[in-house]
Write a protein that binds this ligand. Structure first.
Ligand code: MSP
Length: 514
């Protein structure tokens, strides 16, 4: 019997095409892409979604400022993300756009269902709204200064609005939500985010959410009441399922990756946890759909001098960065140096140091030294030999242990922790060279071959793990130089894998940067 592959579906937030490209966008997308690559390597059938969030008041305003009709404006501006992912060498399965006919139709049908099932009712909204965040806030949540109200996190000024609106009976689901979170403590990660949600939104009681707007018209029209358009978040959150074909004739992907799927992960920045952690699960519950496995929220990328903002002029533009660093270096830095559960500092000096000290000095040097020594001393494959030498036993154990720890962390979606094992393995392999001193063993070919074979096995493990981020360079090592057909974890424990392989020399992997 053919065993069915397990499925994995991972998403990024769909980004506002009106926003400027930001290193933060690259951070989230790199995390999602890395998880996707990891799961593929582990034999999962995967789907990876990113896209753009194209309706709402902010987009309409920007289109007007640019004297364009909004559709034309989003057609044009969403391309910059497509272009960025191409430059970052990040491949996705779906580029989800909320202005696509398939999405609009599916969401419209869902709204009718929610109206019929009395989850949605008509009323009037009076309160505060942040256009920049497309978010409603209560007086209790807002920060007041000099008679004006501000968003507590983004600090954007809030407007007082009063308009006819449809409401979602979120309050009906409060009990369910609390119970679900108790029963699924890993549903939202990191844990501290749950406490923030509880303190900011749940303690005071969940309020019903206004889900339509009637003072502008750039959005999905409510069929039943043409004056209204859908609130942009109700529209946008649904993209995760409409892209798979939910509520459409062709819903095979939806059935496979959502309804019958094994793992579903939404990667998001911490400021949008309210929408993904409270409203999205409640929407899914109200239409009797399964919940995602995990909502993986990460902190912000900040500069050494604090938050990046347009007004401070310190936003790091990834396109500029790509002029000096290749995409693999940037991706490696983001997953191995920025802890996901707190804000992390991005600074070009740190990026350069990481490149020189880890990519060039630890990984690149290790590979080229070992292959050079093999070429200087041998002209055919060197076989593995189990010895009772303490250094050998120790390094082989470390190879196994670090790989296992990497897998353990990655299976929990803890990328940062996972990559610390890769760095440690790199350091340990260099230490093993210092201890065994292969350059002094040229007259003892037997011992030299044992040492170099162990090192080849270590380098194989190292670049297998690195391959989920440093794809091209790892291919160069494992496929072009070592001669394996593909990269995989299945060979890590087989220390005889180099018995018939003679590695080829290749050009400098990572040239040092000055
Ligand atoms: N359109 C909504 C998301 C809808 S999802 C159904 C949105 N878009 S956004 O363009 O503002 O993108 C926000 C996301 O960009 C954050 O959640 C985060 O993933 C990423 N980042 C933008 N700036 C960031 C930092 N400074 N640091 C880390 N990531 C941040 O919100």
């Amino acid at each position: 019997m053919i065993k069915k592959k397990k499925t994995f579906y991972v998403t990024t937030p769909i980004y506002y095409p009106s926003g400027n490209l930001h290193i933060g966008h690259v951070f989230t997308t790199t995390i999602a892409a890395t998880l996707n690559n990891y799961k593929k390597l582990m034999g999962f059938e995967t789907r990876f979604l990113t896209g753009s969030d194209e309706h709402g008041q902010k987009i309409q305003q920007k289109a007007i400022e640019n004297s364009m009709n909004p559709q034309k404006y989003v057609d044009l501006t969403s391309k910059k993300f497509i272009d960025l992912w191409e430059k970052m060498d990040i491949q996705y399965d779906y580029f989800s756009r909320t202005t696509s006919p398939k999405h609009k139709e599916a969401v419209s049908k869902q709204f009718s269902y929610l109206l019929n099932s009395r989850n949605i009712y008509k009323g009037k909204y009076k309160g505060l709204y942040s256009v920049s965040d497309e978010e409603y806030l209560t007086l209790f949540q807002a920060k007041k200064k000099d008679g004006k109200y501000y968003h507590p996190i983004s600090k954007h000024e809030l407007k007082e609005v009063e308009e006819e609106s449809y409401f979602f009976k979120i309050s009906n689901y409060e009990k369910w939500w609390k119970k679900y979170l108790k029963e699924h403590p890993k549903f939202i990660q990191p844990k501290k985010i749950i406490n923030e949600l509880l303190n900011n939104f749940i303690k005071k009681g969940l309020e019903d959410l206004s889900v339509t707007r009637s003072t502008f018209d750039w959005g999905i029209k409510v069929k039943e009441d043409n004056k209204h358009i859908l609130y942009v978040w109700l529209d946008a959150l649904n993209n995760y399922i409409t892209a798979l074909g939910y509520n459409s004739e062709n819903d095979l992907e939806f059935k496979k990756f959502w309804e019958n799927g094994d793992e579903i992960v939404h990667v998001i920045g911490k400021e949008i946890t309210r929408f993904h952690g409270i409203y999205w699960p409640i929407i899914l519950k109200s239409i009797n759909l399964k919940q995602p496995t995990t909502i993986l929220s990460h902190g912000w990328i900040i500069t050494p001098k604090g938050k990046m903002s347009k007004s401070k002029g310190n936003v790091i533009n990834p396109l500029k960065l790509l002029k000096n660093y290749d995409n693999e270096t940037i991706k490696y830095f983001l997953v191995s140096k920025i802890k996901t559960n707190e804000d992390g500092i991005f600074d070009e000096n740190l990026l350069k140091n990481t490149y020189n000290s880890e990519l060039a000095n630890i990984y690149g040097n290790l590979f080229s030294r070992v292959v050079s020594m093999i070429h200087q001393n041998f002209n055919k494959p060197i076989k593995h030999k189990k010895t009772s030498n303490k250094n050998d036993e120790n390094i082989l154990n470390i190879i196994i242990k670090k790989t296992n720890n990497f897998i353990k962390e990655m299976d929990k979606y803890k990328i940062f922790n996972g990559f610390q094992n890769v760095i440690e393995l790199g350091k340990e392999l260099n230490k093993y060279i210092d201890l065994t001193m292969p350059w002094k063993l040229t007259n003892n070919k037997k011992r030299l071959s044992e040492v170099l074979n162990n090192l080849l096995n270590g380098i194989y493990a190292l670049f297998t793990m690195l391959s989920i981020v440093i794809k091209n360079k790892s291919h160069l090592v494992i496929i072009n130089s070592f001669g394996f057909k593909k990269i995989g974890f299945d060979k890590i424990l087989d220390f005889n894998k180099f018995d018939n392989k003679f590695p080829l020399k290749i050009n400098l992997l990572f040239e040092r940067k000055k």
